[in-house]
Ligand binder design. Structure first.
Ligand code: LUZ
Ligand code: MOS
Length: 776
């Protein structure tokens, strides 16, 4: 595919002409909506009084749950999330009331006059506390293979431990926003920053008590999402819809950054307990993982996220005996939600910790232990949940990357540097990624499209996926141009709209291009077949003695030609009025569902994934031992996107993952208030933090069978390449004690974590303990 094709909104982004919801032109009837949210982590609402607030000049509506015409619900899967709190609040940031007024200032004025009487209740704010209190959100799940208990006992070596991984804020540049414009009767037009327009539509319909056919949700583009708008874009949309419905006016709700950070859920933090058995060579014979996540105040996607974590705590390694248990705990915090990787990063961090610790216990380079445990090509290639690892690219990638990154030479260089520097240490790590592509909720793996050709030869492509900056519309544009054999200038990709393509899945699970690309292709195939028949008939009318057949018709270079009769050709645009005259329909709906997959959620067995995406990264860091500050000196990535093209997604994923692994720390105080609710207390990577030397390459000559243009999904997998940053930092810390002891370590590796880890390592040296205190 032509990789010089610019992103569809690149120019508009630069000139500022790209229309985000906050830029939309609305008439002077537009009202500002505001959410009034709970200041308590858990409290009974004894009484409230909105009357004074309602009297403020410019205020058009002040709403509580009592004003909801339909169901007071916005839970996407489980109906456990009231749209507005009724009777009690269960986290700081929970929506209680809504205000619509002529200006933001009037809203704020009114908010001050709302009177509420609370009775504070006991709050659960950590996973440990949730375990003590037994606040499981649902039954524990288990996936098991072999006999992990017996294999652990029989193993020559064992280790055990606990890993904590932190939450992560999505930090999409465009905060949650929705504009609702009432139509006639019960109609409502919704312009929402959502990854899931069909779900937004469904929830608004239920909330207002109208049919889905009255609700039209449109998404031109989002200013980033990363999973944060897979379900929780719905919330802001529901609030805007209620206010618009109550006032019969256009209403826009746009969350301020601080409010957005306080109200919305994050990546799930996890506590993972592990036990592993291995031999002298470092081959793992058995592992047990006990995964515990902080679900927050409601289910949201927590079970699907835990499931994906359970399906990724093998990462790239074959382990014959495995037991994985997952538990989701309810806490008094905003409901945690989808975030790029969707549990995968948490699962992979656990097994990568195990592999790294085995290497340190055996005093070997972790790279060596990894290689020994990779899934095999012809044997040892079945995962713990029964899916065969087909088209295994691990060895190909490892071999090429170790050479291109000069791993061996640089390992020597790092050792030399560390031997001669007291206050700085360098660390090096290579980590793999094997990520399963498909929604694990199998029925979600479907997509639709609606392709329209107009009689001037222009083409309008509608599909069910949403654009969040990732370039989905650009890809759909390229696919349509290639399939029709026309110049891209003929084609426009429409804003996503629920009245064009209904009942869609979220643009998520890295599957947006795979699913919608095939649906677009399907619609185009239908159109080409109809047009091909008609064009063959036109040619045949001209040459009745030597007829054209539809099989010979090709679409190339903006022409429709008979490949079996050179010279018989008609311009694509010239043909379309003829189609109209011949009463050939020029619009078609396309559809696609992923083949081959089948997953039994209950048994935890089957084939959840259509295929796997593979990648590896080598990262070198420099650590300042006095401050804990680290610099990524160099990162080499080799990633498999089939015949895809997405270098930018790989760079972005790695940097976003590096943020999760290092500086991005989400903290709440003892009353459940988010302390890190703005960029001055929450540190995402900046341009200063990206690798000084960043080398990203795509694995060559690996067409992916069975997918659109033989490409592979790319969105989520590269995020987990950043585990190499985390383990390179651990490697540098470990060098402080000459790799003799196992450092204490968790994720994120903030400066504080690093300094504490160095401190504890030095204590181990002082006490001259034997290595690996936690090993048995
Ligand atoms: N969403 C979902 C996802 O509903 N199911 C999934 O398996 C998934 N995976 C990644 C991201 N979002
Ligand atoms: Mo998702 S985490 O929006 O694929």
């Amino acid at each position: 595919m032509n990789n010089k094709f610019p992103h569809e909104s690149a120019e508009k982004h630069v000139t500022g002409e790209a229309v985000y919801i906050d830029d939309m032109l609305v008439n002077d009837q537009l009202l500002t909506g505001r959410v009034v949210y709970s200041p308590h982590a858990h409290a009974k609402i004894k009484s409230f009084d909105l009357s004074e607030a309602a009297r403020v000049t410019g205020v058009h509506a002040v709403l509580s749950y009592k004003d909801i015409p339909g169901h007071n619900q916005m839970g996407p899967v489980v109906k456990d999330e009231p749209c507005l709190a009724a009777g009690e609040v269960t986290f700081v940031g929970q929506a209680m009331f809504l205000i619509a007024a002529g200006s933001e200032e009037q809203c704020i004025e009114a908010e001050k006059l709302i009177r509420v009487e609370y009775e504070p209740l006991d709050a659960v704010l950590t996973i440990e506390r949730a375990m003590e209190r037994g606040t499981l959100m649902g039954p524990a799940k288990n996936i098991e293979r072999g006999d992990p208990g017996a294999a652990l006992k029989a193993a020559p070596h064992r280790l055990r431990g606990e890993l904590r991984t932190g939450a992560q804020e999505h930090w999409y540049l465009e905060s949650q926003v929705c504009l609702c414009v009432p139509g006639e009767g019960r109609e409502i037009n919704v312009f929402s920053s959502t990854q899931h327009p069909s779900e937004t539509q469904a929830l608004i319909a239920e909330l207002l008590g109208v049919g889905k056919h009255e609700v039209v949700v449109e998404v031109r583009r989002m200013g980033g999402a990363f999973g944060g708008k897979e379900t929780q874009g719905n919330h802001t949309a529901c609030w805007a819809a209620l206010l618009s419905h109550a006032t019969k006016k256009p209403v826009k709700v746009r969350l301020f950054r601080d409010d957005d950070m306080k109200i919305t859920g994050k990546r799930h933090r996890f506590i993972t307990r592990y036990e592993a058995g291995y031999d002298e060579e470092g081959r793992i014979s058995a592992v047990k993982f006990d995964l515990n996540s902080d679900g927050g105040g409601a289910v949201d996607l927590s079970f699907a996220i835990m499931e994906r974590a359970m399906l990724h705590c093998d990462n790239a390694y074959y382990m014959p005996n495995m037991s994985v248990t997952g538990r989701v705990w309810k806490t008094n915090l905003p409901s945690n939600t989808a975030f790029r990787g969707f549990g995968g990063p948490q699962g992979m961090a656990a097994i990568e910790t195990v592999v790294d610790r085995i290497a340190r216990a055996l005093k070997k380079d972790p790279a060596e232990i990894r290689l020994k445990n990779y899934y095999g090509t012809n044997r040892n290639n079945i995962t713990h949940y029964g899916e065969k690892v087909e088209h295994n690219r691990l060895f190909m990638i490892e071999e090429q990357l170790m050479i291109s990154a000069a791993y061996g030479k640089r390992r020597d260089g790092v050792n030399q540097f560390n031997a001669s520097n007291e206050f700085f240490k360098k660390g090096l790590a290579i980590t793999p990624v094997k990520f399963g592509i498909s929604f694990t909720t199998s029925f979600l793996n479907q997509a639709g499209a609606l392709v329209l050709i107009y009689t001037d030869g222009t083409i309008l492509v509608n599909h069910g996926g949403t654009e969040m900056g990732q370039g989905l519309h650009t890809k759909m544009h390229q696919i349509a141009a290639a399939e029709f054999g026309v110049s891209p200038a003929r084609i426009k990709v429409n804003a996503t709209n629920t009245s064009k393509v209904p009942n869609t899945s979220a643009t998520a699970a890295s599957a947006g291009a795979d699913l919608n690309g095939m649906a677009v292709k399907n619609a185009i195939d239908i159109l080409k077949s109809r047009i091909g028949d008609a064009v063959a008939a036109i040619f045949t009318e001209k040459y009745p003695d030597d007829p054209s057949s539809p099989e010979g018709i090709v679409f190339e270079r903006d022409q429709i030609s008979d490949s079996l009769h050179p010279g018989r050709t008609i311009g694509f645009a010239d043909a379309m009025p003829l189609m109209q005259l011949r009463q050939v329909s020029l619009s078609a709906a396309g559809y696609y569902r992923t083949p081959k997959i089948g997953w039994d959620k209950k048994k935890g067995h089957g084939r959840p994934f259509h295929y796997y995406a593979f990648g590896m990264a080598v990262t070198e860091v420099l650590l300042d031992l006095l401050t804990g500050y680290h610099t990524i000196l160099r990162a080499d990535i080799l990633h498999d996107v089939g015949e895809g093209i997405d270098i930018g997604q790989i760079e972005g994923g790695y940097v976003q993952g590096a943020g999760w692994c290092t500086t991005e720390e989400v903290k709440w105080d003892s009353r459940g208030n988010l302390m890190t609710h703005s960029p001055d207390t929450y540190k995402i990577p900046s341009v200063q933090d990206i690798p000084k030397d960043f080398r990203v390459a795509l694995l060559q000559d690996v067409p992916n069978p069975d997918t659109i243009r033989r490409s592979k999904a790319v969105a989520e997998p590269p995020l987990m390449l950043a585990l190499s940053v985390w383990l390179a930092i651990k490697d540098a810390i470990s060098a402080v004690a000459n790799h003799e002891f196992e450092p204490e370590f968790s994720l994120p590796a903030t400066n504080e974590t690093i300094l504490l880890s160095i401190e504890s390592l030095k204590k181990q040296v002082d006490r001259n303990l034997v290595s690996l205190p936690a090993a048995s």
